[in-house]
Design a protein around this ligand. Structure first.
Ligand code: 5RP
Length: 227
């Protein structure tokens, strides 16, 4: 199975954890795309009723609504039972990097207000230590060049996240910029998170620490549940 097939595998498997009547947080990315597709089929067949979803990006909202899935604004639901999202890296102690798709702020908000969080990944996302994947940080545009210089002086090898055609800087849903930090190896993700979140103008970082309850991994031998 190639990576796309493994994503399909976990996307389809993850639907089994959604129960009728749940308020479900839907993440962002290609693995979640497979989940939403499968969820749409279940809702259409009538196997899953009274599902309300909260999404972490306009992309996911558009896909969900096109499949007849009911989507509410996060502040219009009083709780979120289960959020299912992808990840860019997961370490052996279940810490993660997210934000490869640029949705880290909404993803972290939805994750924080969820009763239960599950990540769905193909096996290539499991690593010993975080850091090979560039760590995204979302920054407010005002003064962001100064912040960029500060990150560079600290040796964090920053690059601006650009649009695919390189014509301009990428903007998040909040119209912020993303700076990717090329760190290679993160020794202490908790200390790094504290340092980054303390910088003025830095709104959120892609370190998702102690956020996840379960991980569903797509492998050549079928889906593996890690808890
Ligand atoms: C988006 C994310 C995604 O969950 C992460 O990038 C994984 O994406 P994919 O499932 O496409 O590999 O954090 O901001």
């Amino acid at each position: 199975m190639n990576q796309d097939e493994l994503k399909q595998q976990v996307g389809r498997e993850a639907v089994k954890y959604i129960r009728p009547g749940m308020v479900v947080g839907l993440g962002t990315g290609s693995t979640v795309h497979c989940l939403v597709e499968a969820l749409g089929e279940h809702i259409k067949n009538g196997d899953l009723t009274d599902i309300v979803c909260v999404t972490t990006s306009n992309r996911t909202t558009r896909q969900a609504e096109s499949l007849g899935i009911k989507v509410e604004e996060i502040d219009d639901v009083d709780h979120i039972d289960l959020t299912i999202d992808g990840a860019d890296e997961i370490s052996e102690d279940f810490q993660g990097i997210k934000g490869g798709g640029g949705a880290l702020l909404w993803e972290k908000i939805v994750s924080n207000y969820s009763d239960h969080v599950m990540w769905i990944v193909d096996e290539s996302k499991l690593v010993h230590h975080l850091g090979a994947f560039p760590l995204p940080v979302e920054v407010t545009p005002y003064g962001s060049q100064h912040l960029f210089t500060k990150l560079a002086r600290r040796g964090y090898n920053p690059t601006w996240r650009m649009l695919p055609d390189n014509s301009d800087k990428f903007r998040t849903h909040q119209r912020n910029f993303i700076i990717d930090l090329h760190l290679e190896d993160i020794n202490d993700p908790f200390a790094l998170h504290e340092e980054l979140i303390g910088m003025v103008g830095l709104i959120e970082d892609g370190l998702f620490l102690n956020q996840v309850n379960d991980v569903l991994v797509g492998t050549q031998n079928g889906p593996k549940f890690l808890h």
